[in-house]
Design a binder for this molecule. Structure first.
Ligand code: HEC
Ligand code: HEC
Ligand code: HEC
Length: 271
């Protein structure tokens, strides 16, 4: 704030530019309407920046989803489109932030958005989820059939090491834990299904397929971890910590070898 006071000229210039672009709109109407690109820029982008892009931008594309530009937002994630313009109730992004009980997806994962922010997102989607460059970027999607986002909420069908009765949400939580422990993304262990694409043309993931070697190795790892804990650690008196994926992997897909420090004395090598 103080910085602005030092540069009254800059404020005046900005105000003039703003006034010019606002045309005949009076100052009282300065709040952009939800069906405008300005609404996206001024109201939606800050919510996404403060709560979402930490995990959904170029450096961390969780769930195959980037939210750092409007075009990426409209491309959706691994499970397809996240927005159904005009229909917040059928937009996975809105379902996720509403975090209703038993929801397949809860975003952000560790806290709930302020109700005012949820209301802002809902208003934007209801008004058509408009944003910069949408005419060029997403015409293909809206020109065909209306996008029908389909998250794969179906119960898992190909569990060989995890308990078969796990729900999709429970499996997703384990997947997030593995991803974090290994610093891996879903596509390190899962493949895309070239025959399935979202309304915006993005190939979807095929989580059921076993064609990735990492998925097969992971099953070996899961059995190993269970065995280490059950057959060995549980028999150690006062053993506190169970072994988990992170014990060895520590955020890396391939665990790094531990190289003990070199001893400077010559004696230790004898005997
Ligand atoms: C701490 C990290 C983190 C933050 C912050 C975060 N997400 Fe996510 N998000 C994830 C992970 C991990 C996944 C993949 C999990 C899955 O698909 O089960 C995901 C997946 C999603 C998906 C599903 C994508 C798809 O097609 O599978 C949506 C939609 C989503 N997030 C929306 C949001 C929104 C909106 C916000 C901010 C309000 C947000 N996320 C904040 C970690 C995060
Ligand atoms: C380190 C490897 C690995 C990572 C990373 C991983 N998965 Fe998995 N995933 C597996 C394995 C292995 C199974 C099968 C478990 C079993 O056989 O019991 C599986 C199963 C699944 C299933 C159940 C499929 C079915 O119908 O049987 C879903 C859904 C899934 N993963 C989603 C995800 C998502 C979403 C992510 C990213 C957030 C992810 N996975 C990250 C290894 C991984
Ligand atoms: C006792 C240590 C240890 C634990 C615990 C462990 N791993 Fe591993 N994991 C390894 C080692 C060692 C390798 C082989 C690394 C190599 O040769 O590149 C490996 C390899 C893997 C690979 C293949 C990596 C690649 O480069 O393709 C995956 C995937 C994997 N582990 C997943 C898991 C998961 C998931 C868990 C938890 C259920 C787990 N691991 C627990 C030690 C461990």
């Amino acid at each position: 704030m103080n910085r602005f006071l030092l540069y009254p000229g800059a404020v005046l210039a900005a105000a003039l530019i703003w006034a010019a672009s606002a045309g005949t709109v009076s100052a009282a109407d300065s709040q952009p309407a939800p069906d405008t690109v300005e609404f996206y820029n001024q109201r939606i982008v800050p919510i996404l920046k403060n709560n979402c892009t930490e995990c959904h931008d170029a450096s961390k594309i969780k769930g195959g989803l980037r939210m750092d530009t409007y075009a990426f937002l409209r491309m959706g994630g691994d499970d397809g489109d996240i927005l159904t313009p005009g229909d917040p109730d059928n937009s996975p992004m809105i379902q996720a932030v509403r975090a209703t009980e038993g929801a397949d997806l809860v975003m952000p994962p560790k806290y709930t958005l302020a109700q005012a922010d949820i209301d802002t997102l809902v208003a934007w989607v209801r008004a058509g989820a408009h944003g910069p460059g949408e005419d060029t970027q997403i015409q293909t999607a809206s020109a065909t059939t209306p996008p029908a986002p389909q998250r794969t909420a179906a119960p898992p069908t190909n569990l060989k090491v995890l308990p078969k009765e796990l729900t999709n949400a429970q499996v997703r939580q384990i997947m997030d834990e593995w991803s974090d422990a290994l610093g891996a993304d879903c596509n390190n262990c899962h493949v895309q299904d070239p025959s399935k694409v979202s309304a915006s043309g993005k190939p979807l993931m095929d989580y059921v397929s076993d064609s990735k070697q990492e998925k097969t190795i992971t099953r070996v790892m899961v059995r190993m971890v269970e065995n280490v804990n059950k057959s060995y650690l549980e028999t150690v008196p006062n053993s506190g910590l169970p072994v988990s994926c992170g014990t060895c992997h520590r955020g890396h897909l391939g665990p790094e070898p531990f190289i003990p420090p070199v001893h400077t004395t010559t004696q230790s090598a004898a005997n």
